[in-house]
Design a protein around this ligand. Structure first.
Ligand code: PLP
Length: 402
């Protein structure tokens, strides 16, 4: 049998994809599954944007819409992104400091494979987004976990951060607002990470997928604190809400962006043309942009609050932190699961099979989350979210009762 690269086995596959497959199987059997698993927004992109695009699709003279685009994306699309960052209160970057990518996922792979060499240590918070560990390990890097304890509102502790970077790391990955916890990194932690990065000479990879979905507090712009050391990963999958159109971007120092651009060329050749067109129209129409963000926030806050009150009402012994941003609540079910021999993976499977509710096992986000579930409020109606939590509570209670 011909061989293969065993490092591929370190790519274990996204747990959301796995739950999706199970859910599809159940749906075929006629089961109506409540989706507390996916980070896909339950709203559509703005109607006005879709109308303009529909007209473009019918314009026979518009050959460009179907063409290959430049590797880093169209200049005007990158210019629109640069203007948007500034108007959101973020950094002032040149369009040549931006590469548009096929979604945040490609941005993550392109960035990590640009900077990681075999043996490099990379700091991840425990818990953090499950997408980073497999890529780091596939590239031969080693994950150094820094705990972000629930009791601290999922903020990392200064002494842990200092200790983790003491022996030399290539990068620290920060997701803010965070998936799975909804935590916004504090200004103080951001400052510390930025100062350490400059002092020790490591990269800060900041994932800003949820930067416009902030409900309380302020998004901290790490690039402004350490511009020579920061690479920022972004996506248009969350706001404006077209994950299937695969568009994201990276910004950072121009010299390294030039290298990310070449990796991206090998991966996808160029980002999708229609999504670039959509984003350019969306970002340049400031009224449309800002009103859509407002609507998206309202949509999420209504669902977040429904989820939180349901957890408080039905699972009073569950521990969680109210998310200040993103689309998720990380709920700790230790008081229900301890002594049962079950972990979050067993719980998520039972929840889907017995109660028709999909959620993501916490264990994928880091070693501290073995008895936690990530619940998404991105998609379902407030009523179905409450019902999903009620069913989870029923299952958790029955386990505790033996
Ligand atoms: C924190 C974070 N980064 C990156 C991604 C990947 O984004 P995309 O869907 O655009 O590939 C996601 C998707 O859920 C995410 O939550």
């Amino acid at each position: 049998m011909p061989g293969y690269n065993p490092k591929v086995d370190l790519i274990t596959g996204s747990p959301t994809r796995r739950i999706d497959l199970l859910r599809e199987k159940l749906a075929k059997e006629g089961r109506d599954v409540i989706l507390l698993s996916t980070g896909q927004p339950g709203f559509l992109p703005p109607r006005r944007l879709r109308e303009v695009l529909a007209e473009m699709l019918l314009d026979d003279s518009d050959r460009q819409l179907y063409s290959y685009t430049p590797t880093p994306g169209y200049y005007d699309a990158r210019e629109a992104v640069a203007e948007d960052l500034k108007l959101l209160g973020g950094p002032k970057v040149d369009p040549d400091q931006i590469v548009l990518t096929a979604g945040g996922q490609e941005a993550m792979f392109a960035v990590l494979s640009t900077i990681i060499e075999p043996g490099d240590k990379v700091v991840l918070f425990d818990p953090t987004y499950f997408g980073y560990k497999p890529i780091i390990e596939y590239l031969g890097g080693r994950v150094v976990w820094v705990r972000a304890p629930l009791e601290e509102g999922f903020q990392p502790l200064d002494e842990d951060l200092k200790k983790a970077v003491e022996s030399g790391v290539k990068a620290v990955v920060v997701v803010t607002p965070d998936n799975p916890t909804g935590r916004l990194l504090s200004e103080e932690s951001a400052k510390l990470i930025a100062d350490l990065a400059v002092e020790k000479g490591f990269w800060v990879i900041v994932d800003e997928a949820y930067k416009t979905l902030v409900y309380e507090g302020e998004h901290v712009w790490l690039y402004n604190l350490a511009p020579d050391n920061t690479l920022a990963i972004n996506t248009f999958s969350k706001d404006p809400g077209f994950p299937g159109w695969r568009l994201g971007y990276v910004y950072g120092p121009e010299w390294v962006i030039g290298k990310v651009r070449l990796v991206s060329e090998e991966l996808v050749y160029c980002p999708p043309s229609i999504a670039q067109r959509a984003v350019t129209i969306y970002l340049r129409d400031r009224r449309l942009r800002m009103s859509h963000i407002e609507e998206a926030r309202r949509f999420m806050v209504e669902r977040r609050d429904a989820m939180i009150s349901a957890i408080r009402e039905y699972m009073p012994d569950a521990a969680f932190v109210k998310p200040g941003g993103s689309m998720f609540v990380m709920v700790d079910l230790s008081s229900y699961l301890e002594g049962t021999g079950m972990d979050s993976e067993d719980l998520a499977r039972a929840l889907l099979e017995k109660e028709s509710v999909a959620a993501i096992p916490g264990v994928y986000f880091g070693p501290s989350s073995r008895l936690r579930l990530r619940l998404s409020f991105a998609t379902e109606s407030p009523g179905r979210i409450v019902e999903g939590v009620r069913r989870l509570a029923r299952l958790a209670e029955s386990l505790r009762g033996g």
